[in-house]
Ligand binder design. Structure first.
Ligand SMILES: Nc1ncnc2c1ncn2[C@@H]1O[C@H](COP(=O)(O)OP(=O)(O)OP(=O)(O)O)[C@@H](O)[C@H]1O
Ligand SMILES: [Mg+2]
Length: 321
């Protein structure tokens, strides 16, 4: 769907993006991470032609983006930024309906779309439709920004640190919502973040940039297991990498059947991560948890031994062979 081949961007003599190649398949979630100034935002803005690239090819559905009319292109691509860019003198409903109105949808169609999106993003219509941006909290404004980006049903969503300014709890809630929306709508998403846990959690494809270049890309798990150098390793969390890997693994995929012994006192839902399991073991001073289903019925057990083995699959393999 989106393909960058040897793309370079120069601002005068300074190289902001240096010969990057990247392929993002339809419906996939790609996260760009890297230290400040490494070219993440520039990469996003080249995709929707807010800035023109200097060299290389950027293709959308196999067509060079230069072949698309920039205005039409931007309507196909939703764009969400950290400070939402809402129009301050427009109500929430009017802000969300901006692009559909530009596309000359009928008033009824615009209204229906706005209502649908407000529902999807947890913004009750009666409460929020007539509010102005200054009357919203940061998290609410961010939801309006996401709703507005989704309004014309774009197939591509570019998100530049969309949850950067939010507290951890609101941030996690919006991450959940985004994951849920993504599972339902299958947009092709390019997402920039400084929060590694956010990137690892949401991304199918993780891209690490440094000084304008891509230093490594692959699945979150592949990068955690095989960081190419000490830069990638420290960016991905250094010594915390083991825990981050455990956070990506579900209990239900690694539990053992109930043993002959009595069920353990502490219970963990099967949908939780191995990291959460480990944390519960530390908290409860135990090396064994009972795994329960959504009705709190025991379905298996999780042992510390199993977590240690599963969180380090390669060492596990080495020991077996
Ligand atoms: N319009 C511009 N004119 C000149 N230089 C620019 C322009 N936009 C970006 N740059 C430079 O290009 C480089 C990459 O900037 P970019 O905004 O893409 O970084 P970033 O990875 O998004 O950083 P951050 O994490 O801080 O947002 C920086 O050195 C920046 O100073
Ligand atoms: Mg940026």
């Amino acid at each position: 769907m989106i393909e960058l081949a040897h793309v370079t961007k120069r601002f005068d003599d300074a190289v902001a993006v240096d010969d990057i190649s990247l392929h993002i398949a339809k419906g996939k979630f790609c996260a760009l991470v890297g230290t400040s100034g490494c070219g993440k935002s520039t990469t996003l803005r080249m995709i929707n032609r807010l800035i023109e690239h200097s060299e290389g090819d950027i293709l959308l559905d196999g067509q060079p983006i230069a072949a698309y009319d920039p205005v039409k292109l931007r309507r196909r691509i939703g764009y969400v930024i950290q400070h939402t860019g809402l129009f301050p003198h427009w109500t929430v409903a009017r802000n969300i309906g901006l692009v559909p109105r530009l596309l000359k949808w009928s008033a009824a169609e615009v209204q229906a779309k706005v209502d649908e999106l407000m529902g999807l993003l947890g913004l009750p219509k009666d409460e929020f439709a007539h509010k102005y941006p200054h009357q919203l909290s940061g998290g609410q404004a961010q939801r309006v920004g996401v709703a507005r980006a989704l309004a014309a049903d774009p197939d591509i969503l570019l998100m530049d640190e969309p949850f950067g300014a939010l507290d951890p709890i609101t941030r996690e809630k919006l991450q959940d919502e985004l994951a849920r929306l993504q599972a339902k709508m299958h947009k092709t998403v390019v997402f920039v973040t400084h929060d590694m846990d956010e990137a690892l959690r949401l991304a199918d494809h993780l891209v690490v940039m440094r000084e304008g270049r891509i230093v490594q890309q692959g699945t979150p798990l592949a990068l955690l297991q095989h960081p190419q150098d000490s830069f990638v390793e420290s960016l991905l969390g250094g010594l915390e990498r083991g825990l981050k890997q455990a956070a990506l693994t579900r209990v239900k995929d690694h539990m053992a059947p109930m043993g002959p012994t009595l069920p353990a006192q502490s219970r963990i839902p099967a949908t939780f991560s191995l990291r959460q399991g480990l944390s519960m073991m530390l908290r409860d001073h135990t090396d064994r948890l009972t795994v329960v289903d959504q009705h709190d019925v025991p379905v298996g057990e999780l042992t510390l031994r199993k977590i240690v083995k599963e969180a380090q699959p390669e060492q596990g393999k080495a020991r077996e062979s």
